[in-house]
Design a binder for this molecule. Structure first.
Ligand code: C5P
Length: 219
């Protein structure tokens, strides 16, 4: 079974996807982490975020992998754990530019489909229901107000020891959503057959329960 969870930045996709994956024993694939890893590869190799051919070569030389370590999903680049390094404000601010490069998307989508294989999978991102897994049995589109998403991101950052201003986070989220929704290839868009859930006033438990109910209906 394939479950696709899409939506704008910080809507809670990965938090609930991980919980649902654990409950159902599905593989969880965080596709945003993969585009973040591409951005980190560009940064660490001193490559301009718009230089597609150099970024593609650097990705080939520094393979990206998602691995489960002691039950937690970790991101590796050339066998180095970069799970924290891909979450910094600098990577967050530049990932939309890198993810809009057609060759980068082609490479990541092919990797994502390969990883999904034939096992039960829950994948989150921006174009999962529309492009990566168009035949997914369950498609969820998670939305929430930009203000509530910024508040969640502020808490996430605080836990990582990163201190940012709430208004700046909210502004950055809106800029990123705009870029992700307006790029030429596979923009952030609700699939025609996706169920939209507005999580602004919902707890994580409520969102999880709503998604579990949809999955169990289709199983
Ligand atoms: O989900 P997360 O916020 O970590 O994603 C980081 C960025 O990766 C997004 O803002 C978007 O630019 C890109 N992305 C994408 N397609 C996906 C997942 C993420 O373009 N399927």
């Amino acid at each position: 079974m394939q479950v696709a969870i899409d939506g704008p930045a910080s809507a809670g996709k990965s938090t609930v996807a991980k919980i649902v994956a654990n409950k159902l024993n599905f593989i969880y694939i965080d596709t945003g982490a993969m585009y973040r890893a591409c951005t980190l590869i560009a940064k660490e190799n001193g490559i301009d975020y718009g230089d597609e051919s150099k970024i593609l070569t650097a990705i080939d030389q520094n393979p990206i992998e998602l691995k489960s370590v002691d039950g937690a999903q970790k991101v590796f680049v050339a066998d180095k754990d970069v799970s924290l390094a891909i979450r910094t404000p600098e990577i967050t601010a530049n990932v939309s530019q890198v993810s809009a490069l057609p060759g980068v998307r082609e490479k990541m989508v092919s990797l994502q489909r390969h990883m999904a294989g034939k096992t039960d999978v829950i994948m989150d991102g921006r174009d999962i229901g529309t492009t990566v897994l168009p035949n997914a049995e369950v498609k969820i589109f998670l939305v929430a107000s930009a203000h509530s998403r910024a508040q969640r991101r502020l808490l996430d950052y605080a836990e990582k020891g990163i201190h940012e201003d709430l208004a700046k986070i909210e502004h950055d989220i809106e800029v990123r959503d705009y870029k992700d929704s307006h790029r030429k290839i596979s923009p952030l868009k609700k699939a025609a057959d996706a169920i939209e859930l507005d999580t602004t006033n919902m707890t994580i438990e409520e969102v999880t329960a709503a998604i579990m109910a949809k999955i169990l209906e289709k199983r």
